[in-house]
Write a protein that binds this ligand. Structure first.
Ligand code: NAP
Length: 258
């Protein structure tokens, strides 16, 4: 009998062996799936989230499954909280090899109905946070002369979307941040790339009305919502030691470009 499955070499399975990775907003959703993929690849993973319960619970569950995890509660909009996160990780593991800026929120509204508070909350959580966490982590990566930063943007940041002017502006800004950090830190062997998910099955999209979900799905050429694992696979590529790629934005969206 023949099989199409190529055997996976052990060094490919463990391509992040002993690398220390911080994933913000990893108590649930896409962040948690990225954490699971990194642990399978041999990394030590910092589960970090604003929500103390999901943060500690996820860190414990993944540790019980045999992963090396550290749970650190962190609100990425607060500089003191970000500094405390980086201090806790370097105290525990002495280095930071990978940062995934994943924490994010939505506060959807048409521009004419959008309040200043909805605008500011999304800019703070989805954009300014990446500036704060990246800046703090780059100090550590610079000394190591190596590092990988992956920002979770969105198809909305590339193409725009009705009712998401705040989110589109934040994610677009995140793409600009990605390209600039890539230029400023390439000489120190630090790459910075973005993954831009399309329509992914998490709590963030579960709160949409059924007719909106069906409307978006009808425009997805691959005919299904993405899964958090689809995003984790793309992040894993950018996190790997061999990725000769920086300043890139990879849309993982089942072909949904408009
Ligand atoms: P999610 O299920 O809502 O999870 C987001 C996580 O971020 C939650 O654990 C949340 O904590 C945490 N968080 C929120 N504010 C935070 C803060 N200030 N500091 C630290 N953590 C914070 O969302 P998701 O769908 O997994 O999204 C993850 C990323 O993918 C986001 O950047 C999102 O914009 C992006 N994305 C998602 C989709 C999609 O279709 N789902 C599409 C494109 C891009 P709480 O539990 O307290 O809320």
């Amino acid at each position: 009998m023949t099989t199409n499955t190529m055997p996976v070499r052990e060094d490919e399975q463990l391509k992040l062996k002993d690398q220390v990775a911080i994933i913000t907003g990893s108590g649930r959703g896409i962040g948690r799936s990225i954490a699971e993929a990194f642990l399978r690849a041999g990394a030590k993973v910092v589960i970090s989230d604003i929500n103390q319960d999901t943060c500690n619970q996820t860190a414990k569950e993944l540790k019980d499954q045999g992963g090396e995890t550290l749970g650190v509660v962190c609100d990425v909009t607060k500089s003191e909280s970000v500094d405390a996160l980086v201090a806790a990780v370097t105290k525990e593991w002495g280095r930071i090899d990978i940062l995934v800026n994943n924490a994010g929120i939505t506060r959807d509204n048409l521009i004419m109905r959008m309040g200043d508070d909805e605008w500011q909350a999304v800019i703070d959580t989805n954009l300014t946070s990446a500036f704060k966490v990246s800046k703090a982590v780059l100090k550590v990566m610079s000394k190591q002369r190596s590092g990988r930063i992956i920002n979770i943007a969105s198809t909305t940041g590339v193409h725009g979307n009705f009712g998401q002017v705040n989110y589109a502006a934040a994610k677009s800004g995140l793409i600009g941040l990605t390209k600039t950090v890539a230029l400023e830190y390439a000489s120190r062997n630090i790459t910075c790339n973005a993954v831009a998910p399309g329509f992914i099955d998490t709590d963030m999209t579960k709160k949409l009305k059924e007719e909106i979900i069906n409307g978006i799905l009808s425009r997805v050429p691959l005919g299904r919502m993405g899964t958090p694992d689809d995003i984790a696979n793309a992040v894993l590529f950018f996190a790997g030691p061999g990725a000769y790629v920086t300043g890139q934005v990879l849309e993982v969206n089942g072909g949904l470009y408009t």
